[in-house]
Write a protein that binds this ligand. Structure first.
Ligand code: DGJ
Length: 358
């Protein structure tokens, strides 16, 4: 990828004042946090990392810790709906009630239509994994060609993060509704931050932070993607990595991850491999910029790498800029990846569009 497009896209545009509306219970208190001039209320014409991002109804997008599925010409963005009151910190833990997993659809990656809750919280059953008192984080969806089912995997936990399981849900249509099937500790291993990677041979894997986040496990899923198999490896042993985001380019697998520091940002690290299950070689920090940007991943944490359709070599790094005191007002940092062999670079851009990949 060349730098030409990056420079072109970095030119700022002057937009009208934001007449945007926030939505939901917790949103009213946030109206003063919306940065005037960063959006025009309804139309999103550029990626603006860290800015308020509104859906096509002019509402704040609630899709945190998310991932994107491309299916039959449409992108579906799944993520945590965090439109609830962030509770006061209890020790090192800061949380809010589970609302559910949201889904948005788009054909251009900029304008997102709210498809609603693909997997809502279950309010009337305190024993449900999806009860508001628990934790539902980092949902990712893949499509199983054999079964013609959409399969969602996610981190399921209790409020103290001691339950540490991977949950799975299924649907016949991409936007849901999804039917929750249950949760597991794959091969007896605790499972917190996670992602799903679907390979082009049809195999799929979950990458899950395990052993109290000290070590990442990569576990192959069954053919229907509904179960964890016993084909599982330990990687990044003792490196304390979480927030994995995996992609494959020209036969090489790359995993970008964060360190473990709660909602506070830290330095990203990437690793490469010849196979999804490793062995993985740690390469270093892909971020390029000021020392502050490099040390904090642009004040954000990885969640997914999105391959742009019909643009070979074009990948978007998706990250969350958490706002611990009001998690529902957390922002999205999407930046283009620069790939050159095994070398990966992520640079800050105030504003950009897909022409950076030209
Ligand atoms: C970091 C994880 O990446 C997030 O998904 C969330 O679990 C927070 N920790 C909770 O502190």
């Amino acid at each position: 990828m060349t730098r030409r497009g990056f420079l072109k896209a970095a030119v700022g545009l002057s937009l009208g004042a934001a007449g945007c509306r926030a939505t939901g219970r917790a949103a009213a208190a946030r109206s003063t946090t919306i940065e005037a001039g960063r959006q025009d209320g309804k139309v999103n014409d550029l990626f603006r990392p860290g800015a308020v991002w509104l859906d096509t109804d002019g509402q704040l997008i609630q899709a945190h810790g998310g991932g994107v599925l491309f299916h039959e010409g449409v992108y579906y963005w799944f993520g945590e709906n965090k439109d609830a009151r962030t509770q006061p910190a209890r020790g090192r833990i800061r949380r809010l009630d589970v609302v559910g997993v949201n889904c948005y659809s788009s054909t251009d990656l900029l304008r997102w239509k709210n498809e609603g809750l693909a997997l809502p919280a279950v309010k009337d059953d305190p024993d449900s994994d999806l009860h508001p008192s628990g934790v539902v984080e980092r949902p990712k969806v893949i499509y199983n060609e054999r079964t013609a089912r959409f399969v969602m995997w996610m981190h399921i936990d209790k409020a103290d993060y001691g339950y540490a399981r991977a949950g799975v849900a299924i649907s016949t249509s991409p936007a849901g509704p999804y039917r929750y099937l249950g949760s597991v500790q794959p091969n007896g291993a605790d499972s917190r931050d996670m992602t799903v990677y679907q390979d082009d041979d049809g195999r799929a894997y979950i990458f899950h932070a395990s052993e109290w986040n000290k070590t990442m496990r990569i576990t192959r899923l069954s053919e229907d993607y509904l179960e964890a198999t016993d084909d599982s490896v330990r990687e990044f042993v003792g490196r304390s990595r979480e927030a994995p985001a995996v992609f494959k380019h020209e036969g090489r697998y790359t995993c970008i991850s964060s360190g473990c520091s709660g909602w506070a940002p830290n330095a990203a690290e990437y690793a490469v491999s010849e196979a999804a299950m490793g062995p993985w070689t740690v390469m270093g920090n892909p971020c390029v910029g000021t020392p502050g940007q490099v040390a904090t991943t642009f004040q954000a944490q990885s969640t997914f790498v999105l391959p742009v359709q019909d643009r070979p070599g074009a990948y978007i790094f998706m990250a969350d800029r958490w706002k611990p005191e009001d998690l529902g007002d957390s922002r999205y940092v999407w930046l283009p990846l620069e790939i050159d062999g095994d070398s990966l670079r992520i640079r800050w851009l105030d504003e950009w569009d897909l022409s950076v990949f030209d």
